[in-house]
Design a protein. Structure first.
Lengths: 113, 113
């Protein structure tokens, strides 16, 4: 069964820490995405990538960066975690050209204290 | 960002009844998709309808798209308690060679046994 795997289901970090959220897909998809989900705000796109070593900003990139060194792995980095980054983080991938739906990981619930 | 907007925000029905959920969007799209999310988990792709399609079926799901009204509806027939979840519409806006999905805030569906 095809999968998008997020490394942690729950994560608790301290303010100011550098946080890495890892996402791996086994479907050879070109496109990968990071969203955050907050109550009442839905899913908001943070960063996305259409190919290895490329990245594009989404709607809310501030305070985040990403890395895509290999096709199957897309990492989200919180440079200096803050309490307002407490959220559910969802990784997704899709094939290109884009005629199919996204496959999502199970999510990482990050709490910054 | 340009989000789809779902309606209603919450829906409660009896098992066996049909559930209808609506989505409106703002600008031209490549396709529109519906996703389901069980509590605290990742999203699962349900169905994709392209801009040149008007209706699509998948099992108990029926999706319609009216591009003149910029709206879509998702019908779940003969609902089951297991259909209890949040449902999101997502629109693929025309953004050149590549595209990305923008999600609405979701509809909470409760199916009473």
């Amino acid at each position: 069964d095809v999968k998008v795997t997020q490394s942690s289901r729950y994560l608790v970090k301290r303010t100011g820490e550098k946080v890495f959220l890892e996402c791996v897909q086994d479907m050879d998809h070109e496109n990968m995405f990071w969203y955050r989900q907050d109550p009442g705000l839905g899913l908001r796109l943070i960063y996305f990538s259409y190919d290895v070593k490329m990245k594009e900003k989404g709607d809310i990139p501030e305070g985040y960066s990403v890395s895509r060194e290999k096709k199957e792995r897309f990492s989200l980095i919180l440079e200096s975690a803050s309490t307002n980054q407490t959220s559910m983080y969802l990784c997704a991938s899709s094939s290109h050209p884009f005629n199919y739906g996204y496959t999502f990981g199970s999510g990482t619930r990050l709490t910054v204290v | 960002s340009q989000q789809g907007e779902e309606d209603p925000q919450a829906l409660s029905i009896q098992e066996g009844e049909n559930a209808t959920m609506n989505c409106s969007y703002k600008t031209s799209i490549n396709n529109l998709q519906w996703y389901r999310q069980n509590s605290g988990r990742g999203l699962v792709h349900l169905i994709l309808i392209r801009s040149n399609e008007r209706e699509k079926h998948s099992g108990r799901l029926r999706v319609t798209l009216d591009t003149s009204k910029k709206s879509s509806s998702l019908l779940i027939t003969a609902s089951r308690a297991a259909d209890t979840a949040s449902y999101f519409c997502a629109t693929d806006y025309l953004t050149g060679a590549n595209s990305k999905l923008t999600f609405g805030k979701g509809i909470t569906l409760s199916v009473r046994p």
